[in-house]
Design a protein. Structure first.
Length: 122
C-alpha cells in the first residue's frame, strides 16, 4: 500500500533520460515531505498559512532547555496536524556545543514500519 504513494521529487527536475519529471514513491516520498514540512516557515505558503513550523525563526533563540522543548512541541504539532501518514514515536532534540540536532522516530501508518531521521537545526 505504501508503494502507491507517489509524487514529484524536490527540487523539481526533469529526468534527462526520459524527459519527464523525476518522481519519488513510498517511504522516500514521505521522508521528503516531512523534510519539506519541517523546513517550511509558518505563513510561507499562500494558500495554507498555518502549514509548516517556526523552526527557522527559533535558530537565534538561546540554546537552552526551553528551546529544546519548544522545538519538540513544534515538530510534534506539525506532524499531527499535517502528516497523517506517520505516527510520531520519539521527537528528541540534542544540544551539544552550540549545535542542535533533531532526532525523529516515526511509524509509517500504511505498513507499520519504523523510520528514523536526524536533522541538524543549527
Amino acid at each position: 500500500m505504501i508503494e502507491n504513494i507517489q509524487g514529484f521529487k524536490f527540487p523539481f527536475r526533469f529526468d534527462e533520460r526520459y524527459g519527464r519529471p523525476q518522481m519519488l514513491s513510498g517511504a522516500e516520498k514521505i521522508r521528503q515531505d516531512l523534510l519539506l514540512m519541517l523546513g517550511t516557515r509558518l505563513g510561507e505558503r499562500a494558500m495554507a498559512r498555518d502549514y509548516g513550523t517556526r523552526l527557522a525563526s527559533m535558530v537565534h533563540e538561546p540554546n537552552d532547555d526551553v528551546l529544546r522543548r519548544m522545538i519538540e512541541e513544534q515538530v510534534r504539532n506539525a506532524l499531527i496536524q499535517w502528516e497523517p501518514r506517520v505516527l510520531p514515536v520519539e521527537i528528541r532534540v540534542e544540544q551539544k556545543e552550540g549545535e542542535l540536532k533533531l532526532f525523529l522516530t516515526y511509524v509509517l501508518v500504511h505498513d507499520s514500519r519504523t523510520e528514523r531521521m536526524v536533522l541538524p537545526l543549527a
